[in-house]
Design a protein around this ligand. Structure first.
Ligand code: ATP
Length: 620
C-alpha cells in the first residue's frame, strides 16, 4: 500500500523538487510540461515561436486587422512615387498637373489616416496580449504547490509577471506583425523597383546582401545579451524583495551596505547586459540604414549613367530613388523585429519556466461551513513525509486519531515535525506514503478548496497582510456580517484595539502588519481563523506572544471553541497543554506517546522532561 501511495504521490512532491524556478542563476529545468502546471501543449518545451503564436492566437483578428491597415498605409505610400513620376512626366510633356496633384493629395491623406489607425490597433492588441499573459501567470502562481514555492525566489517570480510579460508587447506586435508587414512591403517595393529598372534593382540588392551578413552576426549576440538582461532583472527583484521584506532585520543587523552592494551588483549586471544588447541592436539597425544610403548613392551613380545613355528617363530614376528610400522603414522594421524577437524569446522562456512549476488544480472556491456544522474527525495512518527527495524524512510513520470536538495538543522538541502535521492537513504538501483522513476520507480525494474551507489555520508567525484591519479579518470569510465581526473581535480581544485606532477597522496595518504588535497580529490571525467557522481549527503556537491576561482570555476562548469544533494546537506553554483533552508527543518524526497530561507525566520520560524544562510554567 505504501508503495502504491509512493507512486501516486511521487509526481506532486518529486516534480516540485526538480521543477524549481530556475532562480536567476540556476539553469532552466529540463522538464516536460504538465497538465498540473496548467500547460495544454504537448510534453517538452515548445519552440519560442510556437509559444508566441499561442499567446497571439486569441487576438489574431485584431492582429490581422492592424497588419492589414499597416499594409494598406504602406501600399498607398508606395503609389506616391508613381504619382510623382506622373507629375514629372506631365510637367515634361506640358500636360495639366491638376490630376496628378489631386492623386497625390488623396494618397497623402489616406496614408496619414490609415497608418496611425493601424498602429493603434496593433499597440492595443499588444496590451491585450500582455494582459492575458499576466492573468494566466498570476493565476498559476497563486495556485503553485508549496513545494514549488519553497524553491523559488518570490522577487524573481514577480519580475516574470511584471517585466517579462511586458516584453511580449513588442515581440507580438512590433516583431511578429512587423515581420509580416515589413516583408510584404519590402517585397512590393522590390517588385515595383524591378518593374522600373531591373539593373538598378540588382545594384540595390547587391549592396543590401552585404548588410545582411552583418545582421546575421549580430542576432545571436543580441539573443545572449537579452537573456542576461532578463536574468539580471530577476536577480535584482529577488534581492530587493528579500531586503525590503526584512528591512528591520537588515537595519538591525547593520547589513544595509552589504544588501546595497548586492542590489547594485544586480543592477549593474542588468546594465552591462542591456548595454551589450543595445550595441548589437544599434549595429544591426544602422547597418540596414547605412546599406540603403550606400545603395542610394550607387543607384544615383549607375542610374545617372543610364539616364545619360538614354536607357531610362529622369522620371524612372527619381521614382527608383524614392523606392530606395521607401525601403528604409520596412527594412528597419524587419531588423528591429528580429532584434525584438531575440529579446522577447528570452522573456517567453522565463515565463514558461514559471508556468511549468507544479500547481494545484484550478477549482472554484468552496462555501464555508454553515453555523453548527459537525466538527471534523482526523486520522494520520503511518504517514511518512520529507520535504525534498533525497533528504531525511521529517515524518517517519506518524499515526494518531483525533475524534470530533475537543482539543488535541502536539508537543515535542523543536524540529520534531509539529508544524509539518498542520501543513499536511492543509495539503500544502502530500505525504510520501501512508494516508491522512478527514471525516474518514483520504485527503487526496478531497478537492482542495472544500478541504481548506473546513479548516481555520493560525500559523506560527501569524502573518498579517498589508491592507486594512478589516481586509485581514475577512480574508478567509468575505461574506462575514458586521454582527459576526463584532462578536469575533470581542472573543479575540481585539475590540479595545479597534476602538483605539482612529480609523477603526479601516486602519492600514502596514506591510506584513508592521504597524501592529506581535500579540495583536496573533489575535488578528485567530479572529481571521474563527470567522471561517472552521470544523477543524489549527493553532500553531497561536498565543505565544500574548501577555498573561490576553493569553488566559484566549485560552478560555479556545476551550469554548473546542466544545463544538475539533481543535489542534501546537503549544509550548504548559498552561495550554494541560487544558488539552489529549496530547500527542512527537519526537524525531514519530509519535512517542498519546495521553493526558497526568498520564504522560507518569508514563513518558520525554514528556516529563519537556514538562519540567521546556514549558514555561510549573504543573498546575
Ligand atoms: N518547507 C520546508 N522545506 C524543507 N524542510 C523543512 C520545511 N519546513 C520545515 N522543514 C524541516 O522539517 C523539520 C520539521 O519542521 P517543523 O516545522 O514541522 O518542526 P516543529 O516541530 O514545528 O518545530 P518548532 O517547534 O521549532 O516549530 C525541521 O527539521 C525543518 O527544518
Amino acid at each position: 500500500m505504501d508503495t502504491q501511495r509512493d507512486q501516486s504521490d511521487a509526481p506532486a512532491a518529486g516534480v516540485a523538487a526538480e521543477t524549481r524556478v530556475p532562480g536567476p542563476d540556476r539553469p532552466a529545468p529540463a522538464q516536460a510540461d504538465t497538465q498540473e502546471a496548467g500547460m495544454d501543449g504537448p510534453p517538452g518545451p515548445a519552440p519560442t515561436w510556437r509559444v508566441l503564436l499561442r499567446h497571439m492566437r486569441p487576438s489574431w483578428r485584431w492582429l490581422v486587422l492592424g497588419g492589414l491597415l499597416n499594409l494598406t498605409a504602406g501600399a498607398v505610400g508606395l503609389a506616391l512615387p508613381l504619382a510623382a513620376k506622373r507629375l514629372l512626366d506631365d510637367l515634361g510633356a506640358d500636360r495639366p498637373l491638376a490630376g496628378a496633384l489631386a492623386l497625390m493629395g488623396v494618397l497623402v491623406v489616406v496614408t496619414a489616416g490609415v497608418g496611425p489607425l493601424g498602429e493603434y490597433v496593433l499597440r492595443r492588441t499588444g496590451e491585450t496580449i500582455v494582459l492575458t499573459a499576466r492573468r494566466r501567470l498570476v493565476s498559476h502562481l497563486l495556485r503553485l504547490r508549496m513545494s514549488a514555492v519553497d524553491h523559488a525566489e518570490p522577487g524573481d517570480l514577480m519580475s516574470r509577471v511584471t517585466s517579462d510579460t511586458a516584453l511580449l508587447r513588442q515581440v507580438t506586435t512590433d516583431s511578429l506583425v512587423g515581420v509580416v508587414t515589413g516583408s510584404v512591403t519590402v517585397l512590393a517595393t522590390v517588385t515595383m523597383m524591378g518593374v522600373l529598372d531591373p539593373v538598378l534593382l540588382a545594384v540595390t540588392l547587391g549592396v543590401l546582401a552585404l548588410a545582411g551578413t552583418v545582421v546575421r552576426v549580430a542576432m545571436p549576440r543580441l539573443s545572449r545579451a537579452s537573456k542576461e538582461v532578463q536574468k539580471a532583472v530577476g536577480r535584482m527583484s529577488a534581492v530587493l524583495e528579500r531586503t525590503l521584506g526584512a528591512l528591520r532585520t537588515v537595519k538591525a543587523s547593520g547589513a544595509e551596505h552589504r544588501e546595497e552592494a548586492a542590489l547594485h551588483g544586480a543592477a549593474e549586471g542588468a546594465w552591462r547586459a542591456g548595454v551589450r544588447a543595445a550595441k548589437w541592436l544599434a549595429v544591426a539597425g544602422h547597418t540596414a540604414e547605412l546599406a540603403l544610403q550606400v545603395a542610394f548613392f550607387t543607384v544615383l551613380a549607375v542610374g545617372g549613367a543610364r539616364v545619360t545613355s538614354g536607357t531610362i528617363g529622369v522620371g524612372t530614376l527619381v521614382a527608383f530613388l524614392m523606392y530606395v528610400y521607401y525601403l528604409v522603414p520596412p527594412l528597419q522594421q524587419l531588423v528591429g523585429a528580429a532584434g525584438q524577437y531575440q529579446i522577447g524569446a528570452a522573456a517567453v522562456a522565463r515565463m514558461r519556466e514559471a508556468e511549468r512549476l507544479p500547481a494545484e488544480p484550478a477549482a472554484p472556491p468552496a462555501a464555508l461551513p454553515q453555523p453548527g456544522a459537525a466538527p471534523a474527525r482526523l486520522e494520520f495512518r503511518d504517514v511518512r513525509f520529507r520535504y525534498t527527495p533525497g533528504l531525511p524524512f521529517v515524518h517517519r510513520g506518524v499515526t494518531f486519531t483525533v475524534p470530533p470536538r475537543g482539543m488535541t495538543a502536539f508537543v515535542g522538541p523543536s524540529g520534531a515535525g509539529k508544524t509539518t502535521v498542520f501543513s499536511l492537513i492543509e495539503r500544502f504538501y502530500d505525504p510520501t506514503s501512508g494516508s491522512i483522513l478527514l471525516d474518514g476520507r483520504d485527503l487526496a480525494r478531497w478537492d482542495i478548496p472544500s478541504l481548506r474551507s473546513a479548516i481555520g489555520y493560525v500559523e506560527q508567525d501569524a502573518p498579517v497582510l498589508s491592507g486594512s484591519l478589516r481586509d485581514n479579518l475577512v480574508l478567509g470569510a468575505p461574506d462575514t456580517t458586521e454582527r459576526d465581526l463584532t462578536r469575533v473581535l470581542r472573543v479575540a480581544r481585539l475590540d479595545g484595539l479597534v476602538a483605539r485606532l482612529p480609523e477603526g477597522l479601516d486602519t492600514l496595518v502596514g506591510h506584513r502588519g508592521s504597524k501592529l504588535s506581535g500579540g495583536e497580529r496573533q489575535r488578528v490571525a485567530i479572529a481571521r481563523a474563527l470567522l471561517r467557522r472552521p470544523r477543524l481549527l489549527l493553532l500553531d503556537e497561536a498565543t505565544s506572544q500574548l501577555d498573561a491576561v490576553n493569553e488566559a482570555a484566549l485560552r478560555d476562548t479556545v476551550v469554548e471553541v473546542a466544545r463544538t469544533t475539533t481543535v489542534l494546537v501546537v503549544a509550548h506553554r504548559l498552561s495550554t497543554v494541560t487544558l488539552a483533552d489529549r496530547i500527542v508527543v512527537l519526537d524525531a518524526g514519530t509519535v512517542q506517546a498519546v495521553g493526558t497530561h497526568a498520564e504522560l507525566v507518569a508514563s513518558d520520560p520525554l514528556y516529563a522532561e519537556l514538562a519540567a524544562t521546556q514549558f514555561l510554567t510549573a504543573a498546575p
